[in-house]
Write a protein that binds this ligand. Structure first.
Ligand SMILES: O=C(O)c1cccc(C(=O)CC[C@H]2O[C@@H](n3cnc4c(=O)[nH]cnc43)[C@H](O)[C@@H]2O)c1
Length: 221
């Protein structure tokens, strides 16, 4: 890290509504430290746009933030999930015997490490602020899970997984390319499972994301 300047944190969200929630939470306290931008939906846009930002060489930490699906019994709607690891859960091959992950195929890692110290500090700070939070794997998927069978399959593929989003692994890939630590922090808007759009609680999740972002200023400033 360059010791002659303040630490800078790049927060990659997917869409404008998430960006606005994070910015509301950061408030004035976040200026000069945090930059928040909408990186797009899905791993490819998230990776490409995050890499473009990081090419400036002015960041010290990358955070992927947003809303997510929560696995039953792990993370309820409105709660927060801080990733203990970021898992590209559907990157691999199908076979008659079941799913074969990228690692097993011999094509590299389908898991991205987070900065464990910072992830722990963030989770502790959220809990101390009274925000329900779990520190657990967050899955990155290309397709929003829409059946109970798929939810069960993913939960058995990654025991303890608490959240499912669509960008974490892409943002982590970009951070890795630039040798930077990464975190993923998400607020649960819906349960992972049978598709029921009427049950999504996006407003509630965005409020949780805003509350979490307020706490982030203490963790990283
Ligand atoms: O088609 C729908 O029912 C629907 C309604 C609202 C939003 C969507 C999305 O596809 C949002 C994807 C966006 O939000 C994150 N996200 C939120 N929940 C989940 C989830 O259960 N599984 C995967 N991603 C989720 C994701 O990171 C995207 O940025 C669809």
């Amino acid at each position: 890290m360059n010791v002659n300047r303040r630490k800078r944190v790049l927060i990659a969200v997917s869409v404008d509504a998430e960006r606005d929630a994070v910015l509301r939470g950061l408030g004035e306290a976040g200026s000069g430290v945090f930059e928040v931008f909408a990186a797009g939906v899905g791993t490819a846009p998230a990776a490409a746009s995050t890499a473009k930002k990081l090419a400036s060489g002015t960041y010290d930490l990358v955070v992927n933030a947003g809303i997510c699906g929560g696995f039953a019994g792990q993370a309820e709607i409105g709660s927060l999930v801080v990733a203990s690891e970021i898992v590209a859960a559907d990157l691999g091959a199908e076979s008659a015997e079941g799913f074969i992950g990228l690692d097993e195929l011999g094509f590299g890692l389908a898991r991205a490490e987070v900065d464990a110290g910072l992830a722990g500090r963030a989770a502790e700070a959220f809990a101390a602020a009274g925000l329900p939070v779990v520190l657990a794997p967050i899955l990155t998927v290309s397709t929003v899970t829409g059946t109970a069978a798929s939810a069960a399959e993913l939960a058995s593929r990654v025991p303890g997984a608490a959240g499912e989003g669509m960008e974490g692994f892409g943002v982590a890939a970009a951070a890795k390319e630039f040798g930077l630590p990464v975190l993923e922090i998400r607020a649960v808007s819906n349960a992972v499972g049978p598709r029921d759009k009427s049950a999504w609680r996006i407003k509630e999740a965005l409020q949780s994301l805003e509350a979490a972002s307020k706490v982030l200023t203490e963790v990283f400033s």
